[in-house]
Design a protein around this ligand. Structure first.
Ligand code: SF4
Ligand code: SF4
Length: 422
């Protein structure tokens, strides 16, 4: 590696050295408590899949360039030179970690391996060694946002084609449309709630039906919720993608930004948007609120198969939305079976951190590392596996096929929309 590049990478490393990050890098006692907490290790017991091993490669670079002992006597401090081999190790560590933070809730010091892996991801970006596909997706997302004015017309025409399907769920099952109402409102200044969906009808139709049934004053965002900048670990692109939604919410003066079933989008908006004049909610929270307030009513007789629920890590453990999905499932009349005694410790699906978006490249690892998840689901004997994240839905569907699980993977929001009654 050329010295100039190494210097640039060290500067990137330095940019991540906040106080908590320094604590994460300096505190690990190698106690090993986190070892069995990682689904990858629990499914494939190899040292390289332990949280502490993953973090070690980053810690050794830290020692080499930021600690006195590493600078003057690198062999003693187990310090690591930043070179091509080290980049390979960083790649293996970062892209076998889903950022689920299950290890963190077990660690007595609360060491956040996901944060340590964010350094690994940033160094890979700096060296042009990150997964090309993730950067491409982030770039497409950024440029789509930049060219939004040119795309508004075609986006709205596309929405027109979905209106009949919204009406089918809403008008026929949950009430009549009133004069002036439109099934998919967009760009409505003064709306109470801005809904940020994923690309695709599956993320818009059920949500629209429920908002309309609840009489919500809502408007659909022009932007997609998913933040590919966060998947690839690029802080600049993450912020660009996030800011355009924040700006739209402020322009429309909404009181609430509701994020669709996308774990990363929810966590990024909730934890990184700073102090704003609007609340951030997950669509599951909003559905639970509508039911509690009597704004929507659900047919409890529709679910006649046992159901379990996979808590998306970024929405539950890392986002705090734990009670709402259970309340919604109870109101759907489900024969509900928990996956884990405490949802905070639920196993990751194995597809986060950009691994699902990387497709075939990660398929083998994703399937093998999700063995514990497959076992956990099968032990419930549930026939419906509900979840509230598109990434988890894709991974769980792959696992279901791979392990021949007799289970149907469903979006919780669609289950609510399908059960709407007047
Ligand atoms: S964040 Fe999740 S995937 Fe990454 S090391 Fe910790 S438990 Fe394993
Ligand atoms: S539990 Fe915490 S202190 Fe112990 S090895 Fe894991 S990261 Fe280090």
């Amino acid at each position: 590696m050329e010295e100039k590049l190494r210097e640039e990478l060290i500067k990137l490393f330095e940019s991540k050295l906040s106080k908590p990050m320094q604590m994460y890098l300096e505190t690990c006692s190698r106690c090993g408590i986190c070892t069995p907490a990682c689904h990858a290790y629990a499914s494939m017991p190899q040292a390289k899949y332990t949280p502490a091993y993953r973090a070690e490669v980053v810690r050794r670079i830290f020692k080499k360039y930021f600690k006195l002992q590493g600078k003057i006597a690198p062999a003693l401090g187990a310090a690591k030179v930043l070179d091509e081999n080290t980049l390979d190790e960083l790649y293996e560590a970062a892209y076998s970690c889903t950022g689920c933070r299950r290890c963190m809730v077990y660690c007595p010091f609360g060491i956040d391996t996901q944060q340590i892996m964010s350094i690994a991801k940033l160094l890979l970006i700096g060296a042009n060694a990150e997964p090309e596909l993730l950067t491409m997706l982030a770039d497409v997302s950024v440029s789509k946002g930049e060219g939004i004015e040119d795309m508004k017309e075609s986006f709205m025409q596309g929405l027109k084609r979905l209106e009949d399907q919204v009406l089918e769920k809403w008008k026929m099952e949950a009430g009549e449309m009133e004069a002036g109402e439109t099934p998919i409102p967009i760009d409505v200044e003064g709306a109470d709630l801005l809904y940020v969906a994923l690309a695709g009808a599956h993320s818009i139709i059920p949500a629209a039906a429920v908002f309309n049934a609840a009489g919500e004053k809502w408007t659909l965002s022009f932007f997609e919720a998913v933040n590919f900048g966060a998947f690839v670990g690029d802080p600049t692109k993450t912020k660009l993608i996030l800011d355009r939604i924040v700006n739209e919410a402020n322009r429309l003066k909404v009181k609430e930004v509701c994020i669709c079933e996308c774990g990363t989008a929810f966590r990024v908006m909730k934890q990184m948007s700073g102090s704003q004049p609007f609340e951030v909610s997950s669509i599951t929270d909003v559905h639970a609120k509508y039911i509690r307030e009597g704004k929507i009513k659900l047919d409890k007789s529709k679910l006649n198969l046992p159901v379990t629920y996979h808590d998306p890590c970024q929405i539950a453990r890392n986002g705090g939305v734990i009670d709402a999905p259970r309340y919604v499932l109870q109101q759907l009349g489900a024969d509900y079976r928990e996956l884990s005694a405490d949802p905070k410790y639920n196993w990751c699906c194995g597809g986060g951190g950009g691994l699902v978006a990387m497709g075939d490249e990660t398929h083998d690892f994703r399937m093998k590392s999700a063995k514990v998840k497959a076992d956990q689901v099968q032990q419930t004997e549930a026939k419906i596996l509900a979840t509230a994240c598109e990434n988890c839905h894709a991974q769980l569907s792959d696992i279901s096929k791979h392990y021949n699980m007799d289970v149907e993977v469903k979006y919780l929001s669609s289950m609510v929309a399908d059960a709407l009654i007047q």
